[in-house]
Design a protein around this ligand. Structure first.
Ligand code: BEZ
Ligand code: FE
Length: 285
């Protein structure tokens, strides 16, 4: 049988007749069909095919134990948020999820209520507080909130600074009334890493690389569905054009500016500061 443009797809699919993993076969069949249709639709030139191979090679070469350029590619093409949407179709009133991002680090320090987690990070003091409740409004005691964010002057995460000390990351716990509070720096918008092939791709697409200011949270509590999400700063100029499409309206929070005075932890703050309050809702597992 002569294999022409059209028959080629069927020929490739037929080579999987011996595959005994049904899901793998389904995934690969669909991938092959879509990929072939894509190549046919745009009539890919040999030069473009070579460019694509070089791009994917460079993406892999940019990855190491601190940098994951393929996740960044997935994020900036909207695939990460699509996977998030498909896997969290709950609509049950629990707090909405968003991207995990590449800057989480295991083993952040456990801290007490109103701990100062700023470390060496510069920026305006920011007191974040709130509650964690279940779908019936009952407080969830002893929940664990992993918190991480960039600094308040450049938007850099501690792991982006060679040989830097950890900052702005902690394991925060709720008290018996489901309350939590910590002192961090006011988050600012920042660009996703642009020094690799994904940065070049964004430029060529005419896109900016910025994410709106946010605090990352990952919450776990016995008997509840884990929750990975962000708190976004209301008014940020990039809320409508997040480079990774992670913004959901329900996650936008007022970060209110205050003049020097008594802070929510009861101590006096001698410089301007902000406060943000958010009530998380967890669903049972
Ligand atoms: C972040 O928010 O940390 C992030 C998420 C996706 C890509 C790059 C950065
Ligand atoms: Fe982030």
């Amino acid at each position: 049988m002569a294999i022409d443009e059209k028959k080629l797809t069927d020929a490739v699919l037929a080579r999987m007749d011996g595959c005994d993993d049904a899901r793998f076969k389904q995934v690969m069949s669909s991938l092959i069909r879509h990929l072939h249709d894509f190549v046919r639709e745009i009539e890919l030139t040999e030069a473009e095919w070579e460019t694509a191979i070089r791009f994917l090679t460079a993406t892999g070469q940019k990855c190491d134990d601190k940098r994951q350029e393929f996740i960044l590619l997935s994020d900036t093409l909207g695939v990460s948020m699509l996977v998030d949407a498909i896997n969290h179709r709950y609509g049950d009133g629990a707090t909405e999820t968003t991207v995990f991002g590449p800057f989480f680090v295991e083993g952040a320090p456990d801290v007490q209520m109103w701990a100062d987690i700023r470390g060496a990070a510069r920026g305006m003091p920011c007191y974040v507080s709130g509650t964690i409740r279940d779908l019936d409004g009952k407080p969830v005691a002893n929940a664990l909130i992993d918190v991480w964010q960039g600094d308040g002057e450049q938007g850099l995460y501690d792991v982006q600074i060679p040989d830097g000390q950890p900052y702005c990351r902690a394991k925060v716990h709720t008290d018996a009334q489901g309350r939590f509070g910590f002192l961090t720096v006011q988050p600012i918008s920042y660009p996703v890493p642009t020094d690799g092939p994904v940065g070049a791709m964004l430029m060529k697409m005419g896109r900016h690389p910025f994410r709106p200011a946010h605090v990352h949270t990952m919450i776990s509590a016995q008997g509840f569905r884990p929750l990975t999400t962000h708190l976004f700063v209301a008014g940020d100029q990039y809320l409508g054009s997040d480079a990774v499409f992670g913004v959901k309206d329900s996650l936008i929070v007022d970060f209110v500016r205050h003049e020097p005075g008594t802070a929510p932890d009861g101590r006096v703050c001698n410089e301007p500061f902000t406060t943000a309050h958010y009530d998380f809702v967890l669903a049972r597992a």
